[in-house]
Ligand binder design. Structure first.
Ligand code: URA
Length: 430
């Protein structure tokens, strides 16, 4: 069959069959189908969508385009969490060791920073020596030994997604709920999980700005998980302000350490406890959310979760001394305070502005392959709703030089908005 007839059928709103999608993925991986035909088909999906059965089939074929993790009978239930990405979102750094310290296996595959959002593998690599490029054999062995591994997407897993995502990224076809759902779930389902918790972000700092789109994405992914025998639950959570106080790779690792030591900021602690408890329920370690929360809190207050993080860092070649001494993380050459420009109430801390500033200061990539500076970023202590006085220090900029400081101060000037009165924030977890 001519490939162009597939494009025409999708353009006209028809569903493609399993055989059609198989041909698409085989042609994509072998290079037989040129990129211009693949991108035309992807753009047709952006406009026309996928039927539910078609989405399930495509996701399964994308998962099966590469290797999957397999687990022997002695391995405890495997549960993972995926976030659709935001600013200051270091929940994975807290959750993986926290949940593993409760006796659940956590094979957590994460991504790099994308656009204005940070990526867990970049954050982990700010720990001197930490390796995220584990082979699947290394992941399996480490999860069996210590219950947790945190790694980047290898060439071996869901290669069809890698290829299609790289085309979507440069052809304006990322913003499609079925394509995002298939992309995320094909990778997660290749981890051989017993359960998955999804954190779908919404708000000005999220890819899904509107709550209704976030809900639709969450629903599509939950259905894909269930259809593949992986019980999946999703939360839609706020990304109209940064999560926690720290933004930037090493600064976020430091905040995750504080949280594991029981001293994290309230929003980060609350989201980590909620998602962690649901992971325990999915793994059948606790009968319900309330019982799971008690277990999660025990892991945090006993120091067990923090110790698991130390074990994880050591297992992946990182310097475990950072756990007791975060000063061993990369430190910015220049630090400067940002003061409130007037008396008032903080009405917004705009996450996208700060995420983009971190990239501009060298803490994220403009192009694939760019080196990043793990030390740069922000700590914003003033939360929306806080009353501040003119001249009061409400944030810090961490940069490599004076130009970075100037850029950071200017971004804070735009991002932190003050008003005369209290404002109503969307709930963190809706
Ligand atoms: N993250 C993914 O892994 N895939 C997408 O399509 C979008 C975000």
């Amino acid at each position: 069959m001519l490939f162009q007839s597939l494009i025409e059928r999708k353009r006209d709103g028809q569903a493609l069959s399993e055989a059609d999608w198989r041909m698409v993925l085989e042609g994509c991986l072998s290079g037989v189908v040129p990129d211009y035909q693949l991108t035309a088909l992807l753009m047709a999906v952006v406009w026309r969508g996928l039927e539910p059965a078609e989405l399930t089939t495509l996701t399964r074929l994308m998962r099966d385009s590469g290797a999957s993790l397999t687990w022997g009978p002695g391995v405890p239930p495997r549960v993972d969490k995926h976030s659709t990405g935001g600013v200051g979102d270091k929940v994975s750094l807290v959750l993986a060791p926290l949940v593993a310290s409760c006796g659940i296996a956590v094979p957590m595959m994460s991504g790099r920073g994308l656009g204005h959002t940070g990526g867990t593998t970049d954050k982990l690599e700010s720990i001197p020596g930490f390796r995220t490029d584990l082979s699947l054999t290394e992941v399996q062995a480490q999860v069996q030994r210590i219950g947790v591994a945190m790694f980047g997407q290898s060439e071996a897993m869901a290669p069809a997604d890698r290829k299609l995502y790289s085309l979507r990224d440069v052809t304006g076809s990322v913003a499609s709920i079925p394509l995002i759902a298939a992309s995320i779930m094909s990778k997660k389902l290749a981890e051989g999980l017993s359960g998955l918790v999804l954190d779908v972000k919404t708000g000005s700092g999220a890819f899904m700005r509107e709550p209704a789109s976030a809900q639709a994405l969450a629903q599509a992914m939950v259905e894909l998980g269930s259809a593949s025998g992986c019980p999946t639950i999703a939360f839609v959570t706020a990304m109209d302000r940064p999560l926690g106080r720290a933004i930037g790779n090493a600064l976020e690792v430091e905040e995750a350490l504080l949280t594991l030591a029981g001293e994290g900021p309230q929003d980060l602690v609350s989201l980590s406890r909620t998602l962690g408890a649901e992971m325990l329920v999915l793994a059948q370690r606790a009968p319900d959310h309330a019982a799971a929360l008690i277990e999660v809190d025990r892991a945090l207050t006993s120091g067990r979760a923090l110790e698991k993080f130390r074990e994880l860092v050591a297992a992946q070649g990182g310097n475990p001394a950072i756990v007791a001494d975060p000063g061993a993380l990369p430190q910015a050459a220049e630090v400067e305070l940002f003061e409130a420009p007037a008396d008032g109430v903080v009405t917004a801390v705009e996450p996208r502005v700060l995420g983009e500033a971190v990239v501009a200061m060298g803490g994220g990539r403009r192009q694939l392959g760019d080196q990043i500076d793990p030390s740069v970023g922000f700590v914003v202590s003033a939360r929306p709703g806080a009353r501040v006085a003119r001249g009061e220090p409400i944030a810090s900029v961490f940069a490599r030089d004076a130009a970075g400081i100037a850029l950071g101060l200017s971004a804070l000037g735009q991002a932190v908005r003050l008003g005369p009165a209290e404002t109503t924030l969307p709930l963190l977890i809706s």
